[in-house]
Design a protein around this ligand. Structure first.
Ligand code: ADP
Ligand code: MG
Length: 227
């Protein structure tokens, strides 16, 4: 049913070397995400969810094994090539929003185009469209401090989708929000998915994970499919 995976990890191991010994965070993870999927990974705090997501987002590299993004073996790319691939393929949403405090909603969402070779006439409509997609057209000139937590996360989501990424990665995207606002943000993810987005979300919260169409669990550095 699905085409070639967008993201594929094969035998991925991640170790950290500390003075007290090695920490084995990921042990032999095989996993792929195909176009159109909405996958959630749950697991206790410290189980390696963020580490896995950072590898998927090219923010970190495996100690062993390979990561392929859109068929490209990321381990063979230079840092510049990796940055290009990330820019074109990945949209990342964080728990703490990661917005620029002194920039407006519009400027925050336009950030990915700062070094773009596109003309402003080409990217400006994309920025306005992404802001409209998350329902914040009435807040264009507001700074993050003048927004609610839910609105801030909407800005971060608009910034993540503005380049029309092939894969949206979300790390505990509702972790800083109350339950009502969390629902609104999850509804937004569902709408993006209905409109064709491919999403990988990690969370310690089973209820949050429940909105995804495919569920996985991370335990002791290993990933398994939930029935
Ligand atoms: P989760 O997101 O599931 O809470 P993480 O992926 O953040 O888990 O962390 C998994 C484990 O890896 C934890 O034990 C954490 O302390 C360890 N870890 C993460 N990053 C580093 C690092 N840069 N150096 C050493 N240990 C790390
Ligand atoms: Mg984490």
């Amino acid at each position: 049913m699905f085409a070639q995976p967008i993201a594929r990890l094969r035998g991925v191991v991640k170790n950290y070397h500390l003075e007290g010994g090695n920490i084995h965070v990921l042990r032999d993870v095989d996993f792929s995400v195909c176009p159109g999927e909405f996958v959630a990974i749950t697991g206790a705090s410290g189980s390696g969810k963020s580490t896995l997501l950072h590898i998927c987002g090219c923010l970190d590299r495996p100690s062993e094994g390979t990561y392929e993004l859109a068929g490209e073996n990321v381990g063979l790319l230079s840092d510049d090539q990796l940055a290009d691939l990330r820019q074109n393929y990945i949209g990342f949403v964080f728990q703490d929003f990661n917005l620029l405090p002194y920039a407006s909603v519009y400027e925050n969402v336009a950030l990915p185009f700062l070094y773009s070779t596109l003309e402003p006439g080409e990217w400006k409509p994309l920025v306005l469209q992404a802001i409209d997609d998350v329902g914040l057209t009435q807040r264009l000139r507001h700074r993050p401090s003048a927004l609610s937590g839910g609105e801030r996360q909407r800005v971060a989501i608009a910034r993540a989708i503005v380049c029309k990424p092939k894969l949206i990665l979300a790390d505990e995207p509702t972790g800083n929000l109350d339950s009502v606002t969390s629902r609104e943000i999850l509804t937004l993810f569902l709408r993006l998915h209905d409109n064709g987005a491919t999403i990988l979300l990690v969370t310690h919260d089973q209820d949050v994970a429940g909105i995804a169409s495919r569920l996985m669990t991370m335990k002791d550095g290993r990933l398994s499919e939930k029935a």
